[in-house]
Design a protein around this ligand. Structure first.
Ligand code: FAD
Length: 440
């Protein structure tokens, strides 16, 4: 009788889960999740989403005769303990790229060797595994997106893994309790779980054709909002990419490629959250904590920036265009160190992860993979183009509800009595000397 343990991390699903499918070739399987105290307090929003996803996964596994075995502690020690208790021959897990995940994998490999337990890493966190497409000339990863995209699109994608039909736990194993779902910080955050993720994907596929035209329309909200489900592996990125590809939704598939791009960058540069990717990228950043606080609170006095920052707090998610505008405002206009932005987004975002959060921040700050690192985003021009009627701003900045149309983007231009009647701040002192660019 063969027994396998599969250590689930951010692949919280039963469909297309290669590590789980491989474990299920054994007679007995332990689908294990270890609540790691070191990761517990990074983000209340993500903790809530995680626990919702775990509860859903437990339901899926129970429906197949199995269960989710839950432990708390060091994932490596717990996985070894469970394997020894059940006499398991192998432990498998999905390969990941962050420094923390890589160290965990390394320790697990060593411990397995010591205990004579087989160890295997499986794909599943990206569409194309980091490191499998490489640039010519011996480079380990692509530094620029376009050639990566060409290679990625031309690569052979793996076969999707079969969803297990039945799962049998080893006799006598105690499944363990899932703690109560913790409170998040954002009142309008999406709910986690594979079931809800699959429903959202099905609904999204019915409107995916409009993506190319709608994805920058801030009030239209015409993007998939699947990012938290991809982040936690409630949805398989390969399943999503293949479904989109079968509908010729190239613009959407390209965005999934951006996700993979930053994974293959992080795979060779795991310090992406703390160190500039381009060695000469960092400049003399400012540490203006007063300006930072105004930015965090959505009180910079630049309405489109404030709307984005308030959407982040309300929903634990922000439209991509707003992420670009708010991140550029912090780094290129206020001159504040991008690492402080990374931290703030990482606290709130349901989809927050090292490769995509830090990779995108570095792209915007000009320290990362942008081929035009000195590009500037004029927030007013962006607002007039992508929120021409001011609908997005008024949705998140109620103080400006009474201002009609595009005038909402430049309240400092309103006639004095109107402006003074608004309970809304003037643009931050620290960037007023940039008044020139405030003109579109
Ligand atoms: P859609 O437009 O529907 O795109 C589909 C999927 O493609 C997304 O779910 C996502 O997985 C991927 N994708 C889209 N755009 C990007 C991109 N620029 N980079 C990488 N992948 C992308 N995305 C995260 O998943 N986690 C983060 O922590 C994160 N932080 C960001 C920080 C900044 C400063 C910026 C500018 C962007 C960040 N993004 C991050 C990328 C992007 O904003 C989000 O993936 C996207 O807004 C999610 O919404 P959606 O699912 O509706 O995207």
């Amino acid at each position: 009788m063969r027994t396998s343990v599969v250590l689930l991390t951010r692949d919280l699903r039963v469909h297309d889960n290669p590590a789980l499918a491989a474990a299920c070739t054994a007679d007995r399987v332990v689908p294990l999740y270890v609540l790691d105290p070191k990761l517990a307090n990074l983000s209340p929003n993500r903790s809530r989403f995680l626990h919702q996803s775990l509860a859903d996964l437990r339901g899926e596994l129970r429906g197949r005769g199995g269960d989710l075995v839950v432990r708390t502690g060091d994932p490596v020690a717990e996985a070894i303990r469970v394997a020894r208790e059940t006499g398991a021959e192998t432990i498998g897990a999905a390969a990941d790229v962050s420094g923390y995940a890589r160290r965990r994998e390394g320790r697990l490999r060593d411990e397995c060797e010591q205990h004579r337990i087989g160890f295997g890493l499986f794909p599943g966190v990206t569409v194309v595994e980091p490191g499998t497409v490489r640039p010519g000339g011996g480079g380990e990863s692509y530094r620029v997106f376009s050639p990566y995209h060409r290679a990625w699109a031309a690569a052979t994608w793996r076969q999707q893994a079969a969803t297990p039909e039945r799962i049998t736990l080893p006799d006598g194993i105690e499944p363990g309790q899932l703690p109560a779902i913790p409170d998040g910080e954002s009142p309008h955050a999406a709910e986690g779980g594979e079931s809800i993720g699959k429903r959202r994907l099905a609904a999204w596929l019915r409107q995916i054709q409009g993506y190319e035209d709608a994805h920058n329309d801030m009030p239209g909200d015409g993007t998939s909002r699947l990012s938290p489900y991809l982040r936690w592996g409630c949805l398989s990125p390969l399943t999503v990419a293949e479904a989109a590809k079968s509908q010729d939704a190239g613009a959407f598939v390209r965005q999934l490629c951006w996700r993979d791009f930053y994974y293959q960058v992080t795979n060779v540069f795991p310090k992406l959250s703390t160190e500039a990717y381009r060695s000469s990228g960092d400049r003399d950043w400012r540490y203006d904590y007063d300006a930072l606080e105004h930015w965090q609170d959505g009180l910079t006095g630049v309405p489109v920036v404030d709307a984005g920052m308030r959407q982040l707090r309300a929903e634990g998610w922000m439209h991509n265009r707003a992420r670009l505008i708010t991140a550029a405002f912090l780094t290129k206009h206020l001159g504040v160190d991008w690492r402080l932005g990374v931290k703030w987004f990482f606290r709130w975002l349901l989809d927050g992860d090292v490769p995509n959060n830090s990779g995108n921040w570095q792209w915007v700050a000009g320290t990362g993979n942008d081929t035009r690192p000195y590009r500037r985003f004029n927030p007013i021009r962006q607002a007039l183009r992508f929120d021409p009627e001011g609908v997005y701003v008024r949705r998140y900045v109620p103080e400006l509800k009474g201002v009609d149309g595009a005038a909402v983007h430049q309240p400092w231009r309103l006639p004095d009595p109107v402006r003074r009647g608004l309970d809304y701040p003037a643009p931050l002192e620290s960037h007023r000397d940039e008044a020139v660019w405030l003109r579109p």
